[in-house]
Design a protein around this ligand. Sequence first.
Ligand code: GLN
Ligand code: ZN
Length: 764
Amino acid sequence: MHNIISSNLGYPRIGENREWKKALEAYWSGKLQEDHFENEMKLIRLGRLQKQKEAGIDLIPVGDFTYYDHMLDMSAMFGVIPRRFGYRGGPVSMDVYFAMARGSDGAAACEMTKWFNTNYHYIVPELDNVTPVLTHNRPLHAYREAKEVLGIEGKPVIVGPFTFVKLSKGYEAEAFADTVRRFVPLYEQILQELEREGVTWVQMDEPALVASDSEDDAKLLREVYGRLHQAAPGLKLLLQTYFGSVDWSPELVRLPVQAIGLDFVHGREPNLQALERHGFPHDKILAAGLIDGRNIWRSDLTEKLRLIEQIGRTVPPERLIIQPSCSLLHVPVHLRRETKLDPVLKRALAFADEKLDEIVVLARAVREGTDAVAAELKAGREALAELNGSPSRNREDVRNAVDRISDRPAKREMPFKERQKLQRNVWNLPPLPTTTIGSFPQTAEVRQARQLWRKGEWSKERYDEFIREQIREWIRLQEQIGLDVLVHGEFERTDMVEYFGEKLGGFAFTQNGWVQSYGSRCVKPPVIYGDVYFISPMTVEETVYAQSLTEKPVKGMLTGPVTILNWSFVRDDIPRKQVAYQIALALRKEVEHLEAAGIRMIQVDEPALREGLPLSRKHWNEYLEWAVNAFRLATCTVKETTQIHTHMCYCEFHDIIDAIRELDADVISIETSRSHGELIASFEHHTYDKGIGLGVYDIHSPRVPSADEMLGMIERALRVLPHDLFWINPDCGLKTRGKEETVASLKNMVSAAREARNKLGATK
Ligand code: GLN
Ligand code: ZN
């Protein structure tokens, strides 16, 4: 029997029924007064703490709650407020805080970007032209509140200085270390005040270490944490890493802190090996992330106990903290509200609250022996065995199909250069052809129609007719605008992954499995729980209908296998690669159905290809290899004259350009306009030898760009890209835009294309 500490790293903010989102949106729209809003938030904040206390967690994180985003909270705490928000020092007002997140009349919002390789987005701190000062000690207030109201001695959570600066912008790369040093005095003050308050543990989140491969980082960390330790020697600092392992872990575990947090889910093997090879200091505590904070599956606790034993060869339980692999921010709150899931599936799931229970059971097993929790261990084992043994996870046809393809890369029969010639003859498009990315405005009318149909007020026939009407209208508009390659508009889709998930086998949908994506925006990712298979055509009807209305080519529109995978909760009993291949083979059938129905341009979108990249570059190739192959599996069986398009909406492109080329798509459309030509410049060094459309206008803004402005973009691109491969299109889908601005912008885009063609003709 041993003593062991149970802990948590962070808890969802959104509330069991998204109360948080509702309160925020009511406040923004003026329906909730500031004091009522703050009260509501306080209730949610304390409710989460109370739940963790009742679950029996020893170390409860405080200060991880936020009104928007925890990085934005850090910026506000450090007075890192860009000048344009008119901030004059002192406490940061609610108006300034939300203006940074969402923009205000005079000032554009701060940039928002993905939190590592998750689908959570944080507000990027802007460090230029500001002098950091401590505006208030946030963790201290959080600690006091939990103690005074609930009697909880919380563990304040702070983003550590290394990660905070790594994720910020507004400094030169060479000045990184000095920039970190500028923040150290502020951290020292925070920690001193926490020490004076009687705080025991402080969690310093440093997930950026997982992407660090430099020995210099180790040196800097030693200096910085040495100073922090000296400033508040009475505090126990927990240096927390997650989302993988740290390359230089022998140095990591020797940093001058009292505890090191390691992820034994996403960095399991390397972390175990490092422990065995290099040991762990005898005067330190190891916080072991055992329960997956990124996924929704129940854990096999018997297996986790074996893992504790394995870790125990280096670090005995007395010096262990057991916890999730990362904050539970990335999983939904509670399973209680799921009343419609297949019971076999539901029993095998664990959301945030169920994960806390798992931590507590593990702690009891170590403290009291496994007999004390025999029933819990058995229930978990059986639930997983039942799902693993179910027919849904053992479809022989799917398994055989994947086995047959896995070892050789999928390939189209003819190389691009030859296909291109044949395609040119078939399509006979003008030079610099114009097209769009797929979706057209989902107006209130479209959303309302879907609601009426979902509620049963409209029949399926009536809804389908409504969708056809939209398609008719937009085919007519596209012809009037003068676009060369048309689309049907995606009016029948709410979400590009959900739409396919609902129609493929192997997917399930929760009723309330929301997770925060950014600000008040939450998403409900599909659950890929079984083998994935094609049931019947998913997009053929709408596409064929659209094609029947016009002489111009209509592009079919599919979401790619890697994007479907990366935006879902994925089963973890088989490798992700296998799941990607299963989806790819199912999509291949859709591609073949479209082709057989006469659709000869097919776009397979992969906007999430890049975000699946592992944090450490060392592992990029392995991922890219199967991700690219999944795309090719889905698209390689078509005739040489059928044109495969793809789309990605980001501009960080050059570091994966080889993989993009390997996709072997006939045409790719990508975002450029927001990167102000950086991407175009990168083509001076990298060649791209297949069809490529660079977004010539930013669809994220309602502004209608002029034809001249777009002509400028086109001409600039044509300086580095061959004109016979160049396409003209907007940055991304137009789903969120209004109808009028869309038509006006596309008209200007078509004029710009015509003008560019004239100029080309003149120089030839
Ligand atoms: N075809 C999709 C659309 O136009 C692509 C969306 C995306 O790239 N995220 O909406
Ligand atoms: Zn896009």
